[in-house]
Design a protein around this ligand. Structure first.
Ligand code: HPA
Ligand SMILES: [Zn+2]
Length: 333
């Protein structure tokens, strides 16, 4: 039995496995510029975030109908459950679909269908977080929030907003207004920061956007004052170790700063980001850091505990307590 954990940094579009991409392409009459799944996999030679994003946005062309989004989410939830994920807070990129003529209703209804039955079918509780593309305009983000209004919690599945895509040159402050509007609507706030961008972007995400968790946040280690603040305020970081290797944020996994970050007292979590592209789901990321960094069972338990402490479960503290009890009771093989 795998260690129970929450997944807090997962882009649903990044769970599109080559086999499903080809199946959906056939179903929708979409031509892919790859001969087969092997040819597609060999294209996964990323040199940085942008080279990944180019392929990732291109492959989304196969996602067209409500069924496509339901099948995508269902496949992810099955894989996540098999790796011990008990709770998932799932990102999606509405602008990437709206720009292709796919309606918000199609995306959210499809994802929502899979999420609604996830607990019964997979034993995984879920929430949805809508990310704004930071290389698009602030006006576009505001328009997207407006379009999403019928789908926001409590009547809909969207509980929060996030910020993703090309980081450098798009500092968080660009999105001050839309984050203020999101807060006024009662939405939770997270933001990618400090993946490729400088530590100052992390500070700005906290100060200007009111981010409650930082996605990645890896480069905080370059700023001791920022680390002290993140420790003091218990700001969760959603780290994605296999992603960091594939996008060259770190050279090799054995040099990942995760152990030092835990030693410093940071509230680190381990997540998969875009598992179909980066070589593994949540449990694979845990296994990879255990092997490469020699993490002890108690360190792994700390990471699992952190994932539930950092989850947006304030509306259901009984559930959080049950999950935390599962972590404490877990017996490592
Ligand atoms: O790791 C990421 N960083 C920024 N944007 C993204 N969109 C999907 N994955 C990522
Ligand atoms: Zn991400």
């Amino acid at each position: 039995m795998p260690l129970p954990k929450a997944e807090l940094h997962l882009h649903i579009e990044g769970t599109l496995e080559p086999e499903l991409a080809f199946a959906l392409a056939a179903r929708n009459g979409v031509e892919l510029p790859y001969a087969d799944t092997d040819a597609l996999r060999t294209a996964y030679e990323f040199t940085d975030l942008q080279s990944f994003l180019d392929l990732y946005y291109g492959l989304m062309a196969v996602l067209r109908t409500e069924d496509d989004f339901a099948d995508l989410a269902d496949a992810y939830l099955a894989r996540a459950a098999a790796q011990g994920v008990r709770h998932a807070e799932i990102f999606f990129d509405p602008q990437a679909h709206l720009a292709r003529g796919v309606a918000m209703e199609t995306v959210v209804a499809g994802l929502g269908r899979a999420l609604d039955r996830s607990e019964a079918v997979h034993g995984v509780s879920t929430q949805l977080i809508m990310c704004f593309l930071r290389d698009e305009s602030a006006a576009s983000a505001l328009e997207t929030l407006e379009t999403a209004k019928p789908y926001l919690a409590p009547q809909g599945p969207i509980v929060g907003v996030g910020l993703d895509s090309a980081e450098v040159g798009h500092p968080p402050a660009k999105f001050r207004e839309v984050y203020e509007a999101a807060a006024a609507l009662g939405l939770r706030r997270v933001a990618h920061a400090g993946e490729e961008g400088p530590p100052a972007y992390i500070t700005e995400a906290l100060d200007v956007l009111g981010a409650e968790r930082i996605d990645h946040g890896l480069r905080c280690v370059e700023d001791p004052e920022l680390v002290a603040r993140l420790v003091r305020d218990r700001v969760p970081l959603t780290l994605c170790p296999l992603s960091n290797v594939r996008l060259r944020a770190v050279d090799v996994l054995a040099e990942h700063p995760l152990p030092a970050m835990l030693d410093a007292g940071l509230l680190c979590t381990v997540n998969s980001d875009d598992p179909a592209y980066f070589g593994g789901y949540a449990g694979d990321n845990f296994d990879a850091v255990r092997v490469a960094l020699g993490l002890s069972p108690e360190r792994l338990r700390e990471l699992a505990r952190n994932s539930f402490l950092a989850a947006f479960l304030e509306h259901d503290e009984d559930r959080r307590s049950r999950y935390l009890a599962e972590v404490e009771a877990y017996e490592f093989p």
